[in-house]
Design a protein around this ligand. Structure first.
Ligand SMILES: *[C@@H]1O[C@H](CO)[C@@H](O)[C@H](O)[C@H]1NC(C)=O
Ligand SMILES: *[C@@H]1O[C@H](CO)[C@@H](O)[C@H](O)[C@H]1NC(C)=O
Ligand SMILES: *[C@@H]1O[C@H](CO)[C@@H](O)[C@H](O)[C@H]1NC(C)=O
Length: 286
C-alpha cells in the first residue's frame, strides 16, 4: 500500500544532520504523518526481538534500538530501550502457535503484559499486533529499497528522545499500568495516587486498559520528565494529560461483546500508519 507519492518523497532525501526544529517539515515532506509518534508507540509497545527477526530483519540483535513498554509492570523501568527476547517456544513451527503459547504460559502472571485483560483479550491483542506487523512487513520491503539510513529523514525518525516516541511510550505504559489514568475521572485516579503514595503496588480495581486509541490530537509533553518515578509523576499524568482514553467497559465474554472488539481491532491504524511504522523500523534497525 506504499503510495507512489511516498516513494518519490523517499527518493528526494539527502544526507545531512538536521536541527531538531527542522524535523517536522522534513518528516512531512517524506509523507510521514504528524501523528506518527503516538501511532508508532501503539504499534511497537509489545514488539519482541523474535517478532523483529520474523517480520523485518532476521539479523536483528539484542541491541536493536526499538523501544518498547516493559512487560514487567512491577518494574520502575517503564520503557525498555531495546525490544527484548520473548522466549517463544521453537518446538512450535507457526508464529500463530508460538504467540498463542506465550500468552497461555503467562496467563496467570500478575503485573505482567497488560493489566486486567482476560485471556481472550490478551490473545486478541497479541494476534492484532502480529497482523499490524505482517501488513507493515510489506511496506518495509519497499522502504528498504528506497530509503537511505543516513538520510535526514532517518536522523529525525531515530531521534526518539526529541520526536516524542519515548514520551508516548511512557504515556502508554502509564495507561497500561493504571487503566483510566488519563480519563479525568478523579475518583479513579485518586485511588491510584493514594495507593502508590503508600508505596504499595497492590492496587487492582478490575478496570482494564482500553485497546482502542482515540485520536484526540497530539499531546503536549512540555515539562514532563519521564525519568521520574511513577509515584512522582502520577498526579501530573492524571491532571495534565487528560484525553478520551477510558477503561474497557465490555470484556470479551460473548459473541455480542466480541462484535465491539472486532470493530475496534478492524479500525486499527490509518493506511498511513503502516507506512510510518515501516519508515520508523527501517531507520531504527539500519
Ligand atoms: C488463571 O487465569 C485464568 C484467566 O484469567 C483464571 O480464570 C484462573 O482463575 C487463574 N487461575 C489461577 C490458579 O490463578
Ligand atoms: C469513575 O471511577 C469510579 C471508580 O472506578 C467508578 O466507580 C465510576 O463509575 C467512574 N465514573 C465515571 C463517570 O465513569
Ligand atoms: C533521562 O535519562 C536519559 C538516560 O539517562 C537521558 O539521556 C535524558 O537526557 C534524561 N531526560 C531528561 C529530561 O532528563
Amino acid at each position: 500500500m506504499l503510495t507512489i507519492i511516498s516513494v518519490v518523497f523517499l527518493f528526494g532525501s539527502t544526507r545531512a544532520a538536521p536541527a531538531a526544529g527542522e524535523c517536522p517539515n522534513i518528516l512531512d515532506a517524506a509523507g510521514v504523518s504528524q501523528m506518527f509518534a503516538p501511532m508508532i508507540a501503539h504499534s511497537i509497545h509489545s514488539l519482541t526481538l523474535e517478532d523483529i527477526r520474523y517480520f523485518f530483519e532476521e539479523d536483528a540483535t539484542v541491541e536493536n534500538g526499538i523501544p518498547t513498554v516493559n512487560m514487567d509492570l512491577t518494574s520502575e523501568k517503564r520503557v525498555l530501550l531495546n525490544a527484548p527476547l520473548a522466549g517463544y517456544d521453537d518446538d512450535f513451527s507457526t508464529m500463530t502457535m508460538k504467540t498463542f503459547d506465550l500468552v497461555m504460559r503467562n496467563m496467570n502472571r500478575t503485573w505482567w503484559g497488560i493489566t486486567n485483560y482476560n485471556t481472550l483479550e490478551k490473545l486478541t491483542h497479541a494476534f492484532h499486533m502480529a497482523e499490524v506487523w505482517d501488513r507493515t512487513a510489506e511496506e518495509y520491503k519497499l522502504v528498504k529499497q528506497l530509503l537511505d539510513p543516513e538520510s535526514e529523514i532517518c536522523e529525525c525518525i531515530t531521534d526518539v528522545e526529541n520526536n516524542d516516541v519515548l514520551n508516548y511510550l511512557n504515556l502508554l505504559a502509564f495507561k497500561i499500568k493504571y487503566p483510566g489514568i488519563t480519563s479525568g475521572n478523579k475518583t479513579l485516579t485518586d485511588l491510584y495516587i493514594n495507593y502508590r503514595a503508600k508505596r504499595s503496588a497492590a492496587y487492582r480495581f478490575g478496570v482494564g486498559y482500553d485497546l482502542s486509541w482515540k485520536r484526540s490530537g497530539l499531546v503536549d509533553f512540555d515539562g514532563f520528565d519521564f525519568n521520574l518515578s511513577d509515584i512522582e509523576l502520577l498526579k501530573d499524568v492524571a491532571e495534565k494529560l487528560v484525553d478520551e482514553d477510558g477503561v474497557i467497559t465490555k470484556h470479551v465474554d460473548s459473541a455480542e461483546h466480541w462484535q465491539l472488539w472486532r470493530e475496534m481491532v478492524k479500525e486499527g491504524m490509518d493506511a498511513s500508519g503502516y507506512y510510518d511504522l515501516a519508515v520508523f523500523l527501517y531507520c531504527m534497525l539500519n
